[in-house]
Write a protein that binds this ligand. Structure first.
Ligand code: ADP
Ligand code: ASP
Ligand code: MG
Length: 417
């Protein structure tokens, strides 16, 4: 019998009716003869509510207790789904992360899965039961509950699939991975039939939150066949996944399994960066190190970096950090003022990063210049640029974000016809 992991996100389990709908998807796969493990998220909005309680309780909270609180949403939906399945006559049982166990590192709120012993899940399958597992949570080396970072149930699902040598279907509120966030380019975004792990990894890490980045990394490393599909499709539709990989949604797979390759496959955006400009630093060896060394020592990741041409021996260094690191970055730079020797620091949080991604870029020249021209024609100013083999990212004023994404979507022939 084939093994299958099915993951349902927050919108898909938002209330009991939706949980009943999820149970129908599970029932279909059980009837088709699969051994099924289901990973569930908390009900939509629940995790935000729990995070809010923690922050209200104390601004300087203990991260281990944060995990204790915010992991609880998934426990509720796992139990409810098991009850609904049992009520439909399908044997099922729920699991918390620690019961499986899903072992993780000790970094609370951002733990990484280190090991999953599949034995308990396999025994439960032998007893003919569906395993319903609370996503997002695990157990740290000290026996305390951990969570995997926001959106972490995707990673729970892929990790469980890897441990069980199963296929993994991620059910969400859109019917696949689109050329860009369908919420931004609603009428023109197109569903992608197949996308490579590498491209999906870039899109996720550049802001496409349809899959948590770590889940794609794990799928790529362990070669887990990963599909993104909608939980709102009719659970009894005859259009299901075929042995040749065709079926509803989007298949994330090896690039060799993709016949047609676009130059640009997708466009992602992120609003979570902040821009920092360090003004009038001496243009001499060691200055960049004096800025970025202390930031690195403080564990602050820097993304895009620009140093402009010097005028009378002075230059500006501008870069981006995650918005929630901005305060700390400023503290570090202010403490280093004498050492760096800058005149002033400006910051802005009204910026957005727009990225084009595609493995086709490896073999085509002129992709970046087309991106810059397209934005110039719309009057969008570029504040910083970064590139890698299969992506180009630009930082722009947040006010132009939608316009920029739409223009690039059209320019790179991604619009639905
Ligand atoms: P879930 O709760 O099921 O995990 P998420 O909200 O985390 O769902 O992810 C699904 C959302 O991801 C979609 O509603 C969509 O707005 C967003 N999204 C961003 N980029 C893309 C993309 N390229 N393709 C599909 N969805 C995307
Ligand atoms: N419930 C968690 C969150 O909202 C995990 C998840 O949904 O993937 O981040
Ligand atoms: Mg998600």
């Amino acid at each position: 019998m084939a093994r299958l992991v099915m993951k349902f996100g927050g919108t898909s389990v938002a209330d009991l009716d939706r949980i009943r709908n999820v149970a129908r998807h599970v029932a279909r796969e059980v009837k088709a003869g699969h051994d099924v493990a289901v990973i569930v998220s908390a009900m939509a909005g629940e995790t935000n509510k729990l995070v809010g309680f923690v922050e209200e309780a104390s601004p300087a909270f203990d991260a281990a207790e944060y995990d204790m609180v915010v992991s609880s949403g998934e426990q509720v939906t796992a139990g409810l789904l098991a009850i609904v399945l049992q009520n439909m006559g399908i044997p099922a049982r729920s699991w918390c992360g620690w019961q499986v166990p899903i072992e993780t590192s000790d970094v609370h709120a951002a733990a990484r899965i280190t090991n999953i012993d599949p034995q308990n899940l396999l025994s439960s399958w032998e007893q003919g039961k569906v395993n319903v597992i609370a996503g997002f949570q695990g157990i740290g080396p000290d026996g305390r509950i951990t969570t995997l970072g926001r959106g972490g149930s995707d990673t729970s699902a892929v990790a469980v699939a890897a441990a069980l040598d199963a296929r993994c279907d991620i059910y969400t509120d859109v019917d696949g991975v689109y050329t860009t966030d369908p919420r931004i380019v609603r009428e023109k975004a197109r569903r992608i039939e197949r996308i490579s792990y590498e491209e999906m990894l870039e899109l996720a890490s550049l802001g496409a939150k349809v899959l948590q980045t770590r889940s794609v990394e794990l799928a790529m490393v362990h070669k887990v066949p990963l599909r993104v599909r909608s939980s709102f499709d009719d659970p009894d539709s005859p259009l299901q996944v075929q042995d040749n990989g065709s079926g509803p949604g989007t298949l994330v797979c090896d690039e060799d399994d993709i016949m047609e390759q676009q130059v640009v496959t997708g466009i992602a955006y992120a609003r979570d960066e902040a821009h920092v400009a360090v003004r009038r630093v001496k243009d001499k060896p060691g200055i960049a190190a004096s800025v970025f060394g202390p930031l690195a020592d403080a564990n602050i990741s820097v993304d895009m970096i620009v140093q402009n041409v010097s005028v009378d021996g002075y230059a500006n260094i501008t870069f981006t950090v995650a918005r929630n690191d901005l305060r700390r970055a400023l503290d570090v730079l202010q403490a280093e003022k004498d050492n760096i020797g800058y005149e002033s620091i400006d910051t802005s949080t009204e910026v957005a990063k727009v990225s084009i991604v595609g493995i086709g870029m490896r073999s085509y020249a002129g992709v970046a210049s087309k991106m810059f021209r397209t934005l110039a024609e719309k009057g969008v100013n570029i504040e910083a640029i970064t590139t890698s083999e299969i992506k180009v990212s630009v930082l722009i004023d947040e006010a132009w974000l939608e316009l920029a994404v739409r223009a690039l979507h059209t320019a790179f022939d991604l619009d639905a016809v």
